[in-house]
Design a protein around this ligand. Sequence first.
Ligand SMILES: [Mg+2]
Length: 125
Amino acid sequence: MITEDDLDLFGYYEIYEPKPHEKPSLYSLWVEKKIITAGQARLIENILGLVGEAGEVAEKIKKQIRDSQKVSDEDIMKELGDVVFYATALANFYGRDLSYVLEMNVHKLDDREARNKIKGEGDNR
Ligand SMILES: [Mg+2]
């Protein structure tokens, strides 16, 4: 399997400039440029943004189900994008980028799967 390190080694990124949505670490930098609050206000704004946008995802799906409204899958994807934005902003606040969060999540869930612990409760099962 070809990794990002392999691509780096072969100079791939010197001839191809990846877009923020194509590389999580670039997306994290892109998000950081959009943040307009600082310090504690930023933390509060980012967590309220994350929860609010997650609510917007739920609201769109609710409308699809309850009202048979014309809520397109694209409308839901847009709100999911907003969730990712604020999740990334929070990761940035804590000094990590989206790549770190994704890697940690993959390891955590792969480990649970390997130990047959996908079901159940507890953050650190
Ligand atoms: Mg939104």
